[in-house]
Design a protein around this ligand. Structure first.
Ligand code: ADP
Ligand code: MG
Length: 430
């Protein structure tokens, strides 16, 4: 029997009801998964893509199309939009499937995903490649009985959208197979929309795959500040409550994203984070409304910057990590505080950091490298923008290098402590 305590008896979900956000009307509108109703400034690209796949509606195989452009230029959104339109035509025998090749990253997985998305009963594993291939041919040719009304004489037209197609490990094989499918088909056709964020990637393909995959090409230019402004404006109308986002804050987010490759995804994430920051601010005493100002956007940029830097730190080679760890732990050490303060920034002597580095190496079970290597590592960290170095000039202890950490020492040390502990443990286990 469940005994209900006195305090618990009065608890209900009503009390817990999430209090309404003073900032957001619908936050999900800013998430990367949200599909906007209209795509601004992409009419030309969308028309071209529609034109490319249109032959499918007449039972003919479209040419393969290859879309490329930097991250956040609207390739995925435009492709999904076109496939949705294609579906709305409800044309007999026309099918499409979209997949992201980060997940479906081999020829086998791509084929399997294609088949199972049309034939959900087809068991998911255990088939050889040859079986999958035959199954696909059979399905495109309308070999299955259930579809007699689908004019089996024409077969089916399948449009396969492969997003981030550069992630497929055996891409040359995949493209070769997809080309062969069309040679082997007695009726119907299979065409590909290939998408990549990596502008130069197609140079890595074999000539044969390149000409097959890129029968038509569509370049997505990055957005400029003005276009990003429009995108943000449109999205913030549904995402935020009226009057919460200041115009200048929105323009600032657009300008920052424009200077970072014109990435619309980044612009939207800046605004989302700025909104979350505004949400945590204490409400003004006079009951004034919460606002997203330049300050929140700046802070949001800084946080995004930090995230990126922390990601870089996690993937550094181990001795660079140890060195960075040494800089961070010296910066946290209060007894070093009074060393040198230049414009409020703390600087550390290279020699002392080297000593800390050797200590850190021992702590994590590594053999410290010589000071020649140390200077090399320091140089690497500076190139990545994780530390800054300055020459001390003559006055201070002769000529020496002074080092400054670019990010908050406490956070840096915590992150590295975790990765270094993990990699030491992994090595011990091997
Ligand atoms: P890509 O695939 O080129 O990296 P996406 O299509 O994923 O870029 O777009 C990134 C984000 O920006 C998505 O949230 C998308 O909805 C939004 N977006 C991109 N282009 C537009 C546009 N023209 N209008 C409105 N939103 C857009
Ligand atoms: Mg994309």
């Amino acid at each position: 029997m469940i005994r209900v305590g006195v305090g618990l008896a009065s608890i209900s979900f009503k009390d817990l009801a999430v209090s309404e956000s003073p900032v957001f009307k619908d936050k999900s509108v800013l998430s990367p998964h949200y599909v906007p109703e209209t795509l601004l400034d992409r009419e030309k690209e969308i028309r071209s893509l529609m034109q490319a796949v249109a032959p499918a509606l007449g039972g003919k195989k479209p040419s393969n199309v290859f879309l490329y452009g930097k991250t956040g230029s609207g390739k995925t959104a435009s492709t999904r939009f076109v496939l949705q339109k294609l579906g709305e035509e409800r044309a007999e025998g026309v099918y499409s499937v979209y997949m992201n090749c980060r997940v479906y990253d081999s020829r086998y997985k791509v084929l399997q995903k294609t088949i199972t998305s049309f034939c959900p009963d087809f068991a998911k594993t255990g088939y050889s490649f040859a079986v999958l291939y035959e199954k696909l041919l059979d399905w495109v040719e309308c070999g299955d009985a259930a579809s007699a009304k689908e004019k089996p004489g024409r077969g089916r037209q399948v449009v396969l959208a492969l997003d981030e197609v550069d992630m497929v490990r055996d891409l040359d094989n995949l493209v070769y197979t997809l080309t062969r499918v069309n040679d082997d088909l007695k009726r119907g056709g299979l065409s590909v929309i290939g998408i990549s964020n990596k502008v130069g990637f197609k140079q890595r393909l074999e000539a044969r795959s390149k000409s097959s995959l890129c029968e038509q090409e569509l370049v997505f230019q990055s957005y400029n500040a003005q276009q990003l402004q429009e995108i943000l404006k449109q999205r913030s109308k549904t995402a935020f409550k009226n009057g919460v986002v200041e115009d200048s804050a929105l323009n600032l987010a657009a300008a920052i994203a424009a200077s970072e490759n014109g990435d619309a995804r980044y612009a939207l994430s800046l605004l989302l984070r700025a909104g979350e920051l505004a949400e945590t601010k204490k409400p003004a005493k006079d009951g004034g409304v919460a606002r997203v100002t330049d300050k929140e956007v700046e802070a949001s940029r800084k946080a995004a910057d930090e995230d990126k830097a922390f990601e870089v730190m996690n993937t550094l080679p181990v001795h660079q990590q140890l060195l960075l760890y040494a800089v961070a732990s010296i910066a946290e050490d209060v007894s070093y505080k009074k060393l040198i303060d230049e414009g409020g920034e703390r600087l550390y002597f290279s020699g002392e950091i080297y000593e800390r580095y050797t200590r850190a190496a021992k702590k994590f079970g590594r053999e410290p490298r010589t000071s020649r290597w140390y200077r090399e590592y320091l140089h690497d960290l500076e190139n990545l923008g994780l530390v800054n170095t300055v020459d001390s000039g003559k006055g201070v202890r002769g000529h020496t290098t002074l080092i400054k950490l670019a990010y908050e020492p406490g956070k840096v040390r915590k992150i590295l402590e975790k990765t270094l502990t993990l990699s030491t443990a992994n090595e011990a286990a091997e």
